[in-house]
Design a protein around this ligand. Structure first.
Ligand SMILES: NC(=O)c1ccc[n+]([C@@H]2O[C@H](COP(=O)([O-])OP(=O)(O)OC[C@H]3O[C@@H](n4cnc5c(N)ncnc54)[C@H](O)[C@@H]3O)[C@@H](O)[C@H]2O)c1
Length: 253
């Protein structure tokens, strides 16, 4: 029998989360998962998202990625089980609502830095924290959006954070490549989730993804999860530092 793979999936909030769809996909592929949620309240709900068989292959942790102690505890817990990770998925973003209520030039320093810390810098901290237990040949992905490349109405501060996250993906790929670790970003088309609901203009962004696309179907989180499983797989061994669009071709129109 094929040996079990191990993945750490950061960022399950509810059944609409992209991270949840990735978990469901990997659970069909002989994976054992460590999943993080933000707090105990979300953990209770997250436990109800999986059936008994799935739960036998899942450990759910609470972890605020901006809290060094919580991150260290998460590492210690996984490391104490002598787990070597095949994959890490960073599906995390946050911006305070006040960051969207001002024009971009008037966003406060606090809101700017909070957005960057959670949506970009957390990627560096998790890569650095888990580097010692990531397998040679392992693969990491993060999630981004087209608003990094173009000024998309309403995406504002998050577009800046995603531009930095994409540059981060290339530099992390360069650095972690020395350890045989690949790093890519999936640029997903707009989908309604908890995080995206906080973005003014999300309705138009979703409409754009649905209408200005080459493949005329409604993009959903399972589509993103399917692509994620491709880039997490060892068959993608020569792909690193890339921003891969999973948007039914919307970004090309
Ligand atoms: N939904 C879309 O349209 C879309 C499109 C492209 C990219 N993305 C990206 O996909 C990723 C996942 O978002 P989603 O749409 O699935 O929404 P989501 O709300 O389900 O996921 C965001 C996750 O980030 C977590 N998070 C926020 N701050 C955190 C912190 N300090 N510590 C730990 N976790 C924290 C939340 O708890 C949540 O689980 C994000 O990076 C988002 O920007 C989403």
């Amino acid at each position: 029998m094929e040996t079990k793979k191990h993945a750490l999936i950061l960022g399950v909030a509810n059944k609409f989360s992209i991270a949840y769809a990735i978990c469901k996909k990997l659970l069909t592929q002989n994976y054992s998962l460590h999943i993080t949620v933000l707090n105990d309240k979300v953990k209770e709900k997250a436990l109800r998202l999986f059936d008994e068989k799935e739960l036998s292959n899942i450990t759910i942790h609470t972890c605020n990625l901006n809290n060094n102690e919580e991150l260290a505890e998460l590492f210690d817990h996984i490391n104490s089980k002598e787990i070597i990770l095949d994959n890490l998925v960073h599906s995390i973003a946050f911006a305070p609502q006040t960051a969207f209520s001002n024009p971009i030039e008037a966003v406060s320093k606090d809101d700017f830095l909070t957005t960057m810390e959670t949506s970009c810098f957390s990627f560096n901290t998790v890569c650095n924290t888990f580097k010692p237990i990531l397998k040679q040949g392992s693969s990491i992905i993060t999630l981004t959006y087209l608003g990094s490349q173009r000024a998309i109405n309403g995406y504002d501060i998050m577009g800046i954070a995603k531009a930095a996250l994409e540059a981060n993906t290339r530099y992390l790929a360069h650095s972690l490549g020395k350890h045989g670790i690949r790093v890519n970003a999936i640029s997903a088309g707009a989908i309604k989730t908890a995080a995206s609901s906080g973005i003014p203009g999300i309705r138009d962004m979703i409409k754009d993804t649905q209408e200005k696309c080459a493949i005329k179907t409604t993009l959903n989180t399972a589509d993103v999860a399917n692509a994620a499983s491709l880039f997490l797989h060892t068959d993608a061994n020569a792909i690193t530092g890339q921003i891969i669009y999973v948007d039914n071709g919307a970004s090309t129109i």
